[in-house]
Design a protein around this ligand. Sequence first.
Ligand code: ZN
Length: 85
Amino acid sequence: MRWRRRRALVCRQAVALMSDYLDGRLAPRDRERLESHLAACPHCSEYLAQLRVTIDALGHAEPDSLSDDAMDELVALYRRWRDDA
Ligand SMILES: [Zn+2]
C-alpha cells in the first residue's frame, strides 16, 4: 500500500468524492487519496457503506431495505456536503 501524506483528506472532502468513487469516475490519484482516508477513518468507511446501501436501494427499487428516515438523512447530508465542496 502506498501512502502519500502530502495532503490528507478531511471527512467532508472524502464524502464529496464518494459518489464519483462508487460510480468509478474518480481519477486514480483522487481514488488513492480517498482510499487512504477510508483506511484511517471508520466514520467515513461506515458512511460509504451506508451510501452504497442507499444507492443500491434506490437503484433496485427496494426502499424497504432502508428506512425512509435513514434515507432522507443520508441524502440530505450528502447533498449538503456536496454543495459545500
Ligand atoms: Zn473521514
